[in-house]
Write a protein that binds this ligand. Structure first.
Ligand code: G3H
Ligand code: 13P
Ligand code: ZN
Length: 330
């Protein structure tokens, strides 16, 4: 057992308190490899933003759990070396069992998500409470979820949203003791968040998705005032990346994200954490495709992963400065 405190990590409690008071959201950025981690840390140090480094169970399978943990520990030292030690949370994204959450806590995670959102309500309450009771012994913070996002989550596919029912939140939060709550108000995972037929078109012919359900968010806030809310599935799917990917041989069609103005709006409310993964995947893919297409003689991975990392860093800086409002808050 290693405590995250020995690794120089922090839990999310204080960060969310400040984010709530300051009307901004902390980024939840996922990482699976070194270049993503370098881009996240350097972007957040440069913009002086706190950050939540997220590890999914897919990332653990891909990269190895021990390596990821040491990388996060390295991130703390890297931030210091860059000259500005920002607060860093190491968070399990979409934990699906008590055992996984426990194992992450023992490995030095400072925060875990237990995602019981696909379970019947009472089972979600019981599982979340079990994780909270364990995690709080070690001062690890816990995120729960109520409501189901449309799309694919950990091999579970939901055809449509089950929006969070505001009638359930007081009971869920008080019975489980969770520290933050992910809700479903129209976001979803991946690069295809809406079907074109759900959208209208703007003057340039671009697809405009239906707005997020701010009415549900407001009602949740009214029921649990001052309680930290989390938005998953908050990538915006920048058209420039989609265009560049397609220009250099990709085949992405009708990919649609959440408009950044809506996320900015959400960040001013009780939304204290906004999860972004797909936009980073698009940024990296666009840069890698561009290099490999325009310089077909290259075969040194640093020659394409380096530009991918630069593009990612630019994206993350933009998110903290212009979308989440977390820049300058570390
Ligand atoms: O919510 C899902 C995150 O984007 C992580 O995705 O499970 O493919 O690593 P993953
Ligand atoms: P996106 O797929 O919209 O980036 O969402 C990421 C996420 O919610 C990670 O938990
Ligand atoms: Zn998610």
């Amino acid at each position: 057992m290693v405590s995250y405190k020995e690794l120089g990590l922090v839990n999310s409690r204080e960060l969310f308190k400040k984010a709530m008071e300051g009307g901004y959201a902390i980024p939840g950025f996922n990482f699976n490899n070194m270049e993503q981690l370098q881009a996240i840390v350097s972007a957040c140090v440069e913009t002086k933003s706190p950050v939540i480094l997220q590890v999914s169970s897919g990332a653990r399978k891909y990269a190895n759990q021990t390596l990821l943990r040491y990388m996060a520990q390295g991130a703390v030292e890297y931030a210091k070396e860059l000259g500005y030690p920002i607060p860093i949370v190491l968070h399990l994204d979409h934990g699906n069992s008590f055992e996984l959450c426990k194992s992450c806590i023992e490995y030095g995670f400072s925060s875990v998500m237990i995602d019981g959102s696909h379970l019947p309500y009472e089972e979600n309450v019981a599982l979340t409470k079990q994780v909270v009771d364990y995690a709080h012994q070690f001062d690890v913070t816990v995120e729960g979820e109520l409501g189901v996002l449309a799309g694919i989550e950990d091999d579970v596919k939901a055809e449509s949203h089950t929006y969070t029912d505001p009638d359930e939140v007081v009971d869920f939060v008080s019975r489980t003791g969770v520290d933050s709550l992910a809700i479903s108000i129209g976001t979803s995972h991946g690069a295809y968040k809406f079907k074109p037929e759900q959208c209208t078109r703007d003057e340039k012919g671009r697809l405009v998705p239906p707005p997020l359900r701010f009415d549900i968010l407001k009602e949740v806030e009214r029921r649990i005032p001052g309680f930290p809310i989390v938005l998953h599935g908050a990538s915006s799917v920048p058209q420039e990346y989609v265009d560049e990917i397609n220009k250099y041989g990709g085949k992405l069609k009708d990919s649609i994200g959440i408009p950044e103005e809506q996320l900015r709006e959400a960040a001013k409310s009780a939304v204290c954490k906004i999860n972004i993964d797909s936009d980073g995947r698009l940024a990296m893919t666009a840069a890698v495709r561009r290099v490999l297409w325009t310089q077909p003689e290259e075969f040194d991975p640093r020659k394409y992963l380096g530009p991918a990392r630069d593009e990612l860093k630019k994206l993350y800086m933009h998110k903290t400065q212009n979308v989440l409002g977390s820049a300058g808050k570390a």
